[in-house]
Design a binder for this molecule. Structure first.
Ligand SMILES: Cc1ncc(COP(=O)(O)O)c(C=O)c1O
Length: 381
């Protein structure tokens, strides 16, 4: 049995998404910038996709700027904040995705820009009083805080952080790559200026996503050389990716509550089975609690001779999971997120299991049996 439990890295595309994309690979190939019928057909399809996506977020279509995915959207927000909107400081968290952390560090190489880390409380959430104090110095600031952490599942309070930013005139970007399509997000009421989305985290295609840019924020070309995306991002659009993204988003939101309930029950099952078969098992950063991203479970296994081989042995047993985020899973460096949260301890080993609505209870059982077998623990029937 092959069991895929690495859905925070990427999700399989749904057949309905592929079906929606196929006509745009086979028949409708016009360049959306062409004024003839072929171009008008694809231009219309892109604008319909934009309308559908924006309606799920309760905002105007013009606030959606299509990108190549989450990394580009994060880069675009941070660059725009500093290079176009007058921010002199970027504040973010040590637990952010590298798309934010590395970009912030890069931008802070400019003598006019500084970079700082926001204090987190003991559960890894932004310490709002401390953020409030920092922002009260009046330095024009862009705050970037992810909604759901891709490694350990900490969920941040977008409303509280956004209100704190607004109170001090700071801009607020949020990386919602792990939560778009999984949680209802209403950007007409949330105090958010930018938000990043990636299609392949919600059963859409790779290489497509968008940046939400609050209505009223004027930003100019992030990629130059064309007037696509209201001149914010030049270059012929990823038509097929955009079509797939819109369909994936529709399908995600159509039965969002049912998907969430199913995935929560998978996570509870995994927690219960691991607790029953692995004495001393723990869960990093409260990822076993209700107040955590329901798609991610970060397990902290007690010391064992096979710990160093666990990922590899699970893979041999048909179980795909990850030791950190996808981009760092090939690296021997400890995860910067687990280090920042103080979750690394000698001899213990952390593994991230992440679920989707296609994951079944049998998949979970197979994975927990495999873990128990590898560790010579009791294998639950
Ligand atoms: C939280 C987060 N932000 C950004 C990204 C990057 O998204 P993409 O793969 O679309 O560039 C990822 C993907 O791993 C992610 O989990």
């Amino acid at each position: 049995m092959n069991v895929y439990l690495d859905n925070a890295a990427t999700t399989p595309m749904l057949p309905e998404v592929i079906d929606e994309m196929l006509p745009f690979m086979r028949d409708h190939f016009g360049n959306p910038s062409s004024t003839h019928a072929f171009g008008r057909k694809t231009k219309t399809a892109i604008e319909q996709a934009r309308r559908r996506i924006s309606s799920h977020l309760n905002v105007a279509p013009k606030t959606i700027c299509f990108t190549s995915g989450g990394t580009e959207a994060d880069n675009m927000a941070l660059h725009a904040g500093v290079e176009q909107l007058g921010c002199k400081r970027i504040l973010t968290c040590a637990t952010e995705h590298s798309a934010v952390l590395k970009t912030a560090q890069h931008l802070a190489k400019s003598p006019d820009v500084t970079f700082g880390l926001i204090a987190l409380d003991s559960s890894g959430k932004v310490d709002i009083p401390s953020l409030d104090t920092t922002l009260s110095d009046g330095i024009p600031t862009l705050v970037s805080v992810m909604h759901g952490n891709n490694e350990v599942g900490i969920l941040q309070d977008l409303e509280a952080i956004g209100h704190c930013c607004r109170a001090h005139g700071a801009l607020f970007h949020t990386d919602t790559v792990q939560t778009m399509g999984h949680y209802p997000l209403d950007f007409s009421s949330l105090p958010v200026d930018f938000a990043a989305c990636s299609a392949h985290k919600l059963h859409g295609p790779k290489g497509a996503g968008f940046l939400y840019v609050r209505d009223g924020l004027r930003i100019s070309a992030h990629i130059m050389g064309g007037s696509q995306e209201r001149a914010m991002r030049g270059g012929t659009e990823n038509l097929i990716g955009i079509i797939g993204l819109a369909k994936a988003f529709d399908l995600a939101m159509e039965h969002q509550e049912e998907h969430a309930a199913h995935i929560r029950s998978l996570k509870q099952q995994m927690v219960a089975e691991l607790r029953a078969s692995i004495p001393g098992v723990e869960f990093n950063a409260g990822s076993d609690t209700e107040d955590s991203l329901y798609t991610v479970l970060n397990v902290n296994f007690p010391q064992h001779e096979k710990n160093g081989m666990l990922l590899f042995l699970l893979d041999l047993d048909g179980v795909a999971c990850s030791g950190g985020s996808a981009c760092s899973s090939g690296s021997t460096q400890p995860s910067h997120v687990l280090s920042a949260l103080g979750c690394q301890s000698d001899g213990r080993s952390s593994i991230r299991f992440s679920f989707s609505r296609l994951t079944t209870h049998d998949c979970i059982h197979h994975a927990t049996q495999a873990v128990a077998r590898i560790r010579g623990a009791e294998v639950l029937a």
